[in-house]
Design a protein. Sequence first.
Length: 302
Amino acid sequence: MKESELPTLNGLLCFEATVRHGSMTLAAEDLGITQPLVSQRIRALEDVVGGILIDRSKKPVTPTIEGLKYYNELRGSTSSILRATNNAREDFRETKTKISISAYFGFAFHWIMPRLQRLQQAFPDYLFEIQPTNSLNDLTTAHADILFHFSSKIGKYQFEKMLIPEMVFPVCSPEFAAKYDLKSGQLLSDLRNLPLLHKDVDDSRWLNWQRWAQALSVKPSASPISFRYNNYPLIVEAAIGGHGLCLGWEGLINPFIEEGKLIQLGPRLKSETRGYQICSDQYANFAIGNVIKWFIKEVEQD
């Protein structure tokens, strides 16, 4: 150690949080890092000051006599730094262009969220607010800058464009397929002996198993529905877990198929006039218009 060597701010914050919580694990949760990294940074701090600051021999961990004195001298300074940093972050957030995006839960979780990091990288000066909902009323009254609507042509917004036409087909986990002797791409003709996963609301906007089977002349299940899932992401998780067959929508379910978590079955039911629409009354706004163009390009590149 050199006498002129100064401790890092990260080391000081890890030390202060550990003493305050009496735990490196809780300090790590507070700082949003891992426990080993907290320990590593405190050891580096101890190297700088030339002695042991934390007694690790018992739980909860406690500062040594020298460590407690150091903590008492640092406490006000580290609190001021954290407070000033948080205030600065809030100030910068206030200056960012805010764009609100509203969509149904399934689309928000399975299509928007996987692209959110790339979206933020493309527009680093924008602050995006995602508003997922299951309610048509909430979607249309949210006054969001950009909406992802599932319907036929709406005729309500200044800008409307079909993003992903509706294409629906059964999917299941590989384990479920093996159990019921199903093969990838197999065309189903009879649902009567297969466990099906259902959504909680029988909404005419969304295909359910009965309407899907009727449209494709597939024998429907005669079993009563004993359980329904609250939203589409829950149904997908249940399908991945091997609990049954679920209906998969093109554009939403594809990543799970590509990762091998789900396999695609048939037949496929396609609608030329219904699907996911991107809508906005603010397309003429430079910032919002550019984000809409980015979303459209994302679909074209898929």
